[in-house]
Design a protein around this ligand. Structure first.
Ligand code: AMP
Ligand code: ZN
Length: 469
């Protein structure tokens, strides 16, 4: 079943098939390593991980490149604030990022190049752009890309004439004092001449000491590891403009290739209706959620449970629902294993009875639809009534889907408390508290209320259990 994926550039869903017929070459803009990644960032990385898993489950090999932005305004600013070298500072946050990725069960990219380790590649690309008449140096030792030299500029973001006045001569000093020497407002920096604020963070170049502009690293590193033409490029929607637009301009003007042939953008994770972002301070990290008792797989479940092209509002309640859903999956797994006597890792090679869910997933990575299909099958399957062979096929198909979604099942919580709805759990807790304070009358009323709703309470020496009647 080939994967159909929406392409931001053509605004259509297109079949994903490797350009070279063998390996799907895939570039993702990675994190800026200047603090912990938040779960909004991880919405994008997890969606990219599901994409890769679905491609690989479909029988293709992938070459996945995801960069580390370890030099830019923010990394330089915050390393200085922390009194650390840029290398030590970015290494610390890279290690933290890797730990979070592993906890979220993200497959590591095959290549993870960093901007600092590719300064010569970036300088070479600037030289090509200058040679081709697409870039120019300015007296302060910077180099700018000349946007008016690339007729296709703005196609990805449908910029048209909306915001840009190509070629407009600049008197931009009031709005952007750093870049006052540009020919046009739209031109962007490929190389930033050294400034006092940069401290020791500058490298030699034909235009003087400085550092690369942020957009350049992805063009230079995708060229190095994936070539002039490659299959898919991904990132969050905030990168469409200007970052990806600028990457296209740089790459198409420096090479003879067409750069990425398919653009995969993930819509934002929201909090209170706004984008979760570090600058707004409305973020959650994996660590903060861990302190509240939530596990990485619960976070992953929430992040994939909304379609990647629809904004997803994050709430703590959604993590509680994820916990219940994962318990239901784990219970089904256990029941099937009991019939088959299989244990350990199950690696299914076909979706079996979950073919419908696999088909849904292959239609623009419709994870919520596929989860709905999976629960549909679970609800109508009675593992105990299957033969061992039937249970084996079902278990393997189930794990084929779980692998594609990257969901590792949690251990099963005591049967008695696993499926208790929140309102019942709350009543039971109130009754327990009433009993603790020897308010027998209230405890009795609450017990009757629970019984009327179909639940009984079993007290023991450490607490109580809530069971179905
Ligand atoms: P950064 O570390 O800021 O370079 O971002 C890393 C990735 O996270 C990029 O692909 C961003 O587009 C993406 N991203 C940032 N904020 C969010 C969010 N709230 N929801 C989804 N993706 C995001
Ligand atoms: Zn990029």
């Amino acid at each position: 079943m080939p994967l159909n994926l929406f392409d931001t550039l053509s605004r259509t869903s297109r079949v994903i098939a490797p350009l070279d017929g063998k390996t799907l070459r895939f570039y993702c803009c990675g994190p800026t390593v200047y603090g912990p990644a938040h779960i909004g960032n991880f919405r994008t990385f997890v969606a990219q991980d599901v994409f890769r898993r679905v491609i690989e489950q479909g029988g293709l090999t992938t070459l996945h490149v995801r960069n580390l932005t370890d030099v830019d305004d923010k990394t330089i600013r915050d390393s200085q604030k922390a009194g650390q070298t840029l290398t030590d500072f970015t290494q610390h946050w890279t290690t933290k990022f890797h730990a979070d990725c592993a906890a979220l069960n993200l497959l590591p990219p095959h290549v993870e190049p960093s901007a600092v380790a590719h300064i010569p590649h970036q300088i070479r690309m600037i030289e090509k752009l200058i040679e081709g008449g697409h870039a120019y140096a300015t007296p302060d030792g910077s180099v700018y890309f000349k946007v008016s030299s690339f007729a296709d500029y703005g196609r990805l973001s449908h910029l048209e004439d909306r915001e840009l006045k190509l070629g407009a001569s600049s008197t931009a000093s009031a709005t952007d004092s750093d870049e006052y020497t540009k020919d046009s407002l739209a031109d962007f920096a490929l190389w930033k001449g050294k400034k006092a604020d940069d401290g020791p963070n500058h490298w030699p170049s034909p235009w003087g000491d400085g550092r690369p502009g942020w957009h350049l690293e992805c063009s230079a590193m995708s060229l190095e590891y994936l070539g002039e033409d490659f299959d898919v490029h991904g990132g969050g929607v905030d990168l469409i403009f200007p970052h990806h637009e600028n990457e296209i301009a740089q790459s198409c003007c420096a090479t003879h290739g067409k750069f990425a042939h398919h653009w995969f953008h993930v819509t934002h994770l929201l909090v209170d209706g706004g984008k979760m972002s570090k600058s707004l301070g409305n973020l959650y990290t994996l660590e903060q959620l861990g302190e509240r008792g939530y596990t990485p797989v619960e976070v992953r479940y929430v992040l994939i449970s909304g379609h990647y092209r629809t904004p997803l509002s994050f709430t703590l309640h959604s993590l509680d629902s994820a916990r219940q859903a994962l318990q239901k999956l784990a219970k089904f797994d256990k029941a099937l294993r009991e019939v088959t006597s299989l244990s350990g890792v199950i690696s299914g090679t076909t979706p079996g009875p979950f073919a419908g869910a696999w088909e849904t997933l292959s239609d623009d990575l419709n994870v919520p639809g596929a989860l709905g299909d999976i629960f549909g099958i679970i609800n109508k399957t009675k593992p105990a009534s299957l033969t061992p062979d039937e249970a084996k096929v079902t278990l393997e198909g189930f794990h084929f889907l779980l692998y594609a979604l990257g969901l590792q099942l949690p251990s099963l919580v005591e049967e008695a408390t696993a499926d208790v709805p929140a309102d019942i759990a709350e009543l039971a807790e109130k009754r327990w508290q009433a009993k603790q304070s020897k308010d027998w009358a209230t405890a009795d009323v609450l017990r009757k209320e629970l019984e009327a709703a179909g639940w009984i309470i079993k007290d023991n020496k450490d607490g109580y259990q809530v069971l179905r009647k």
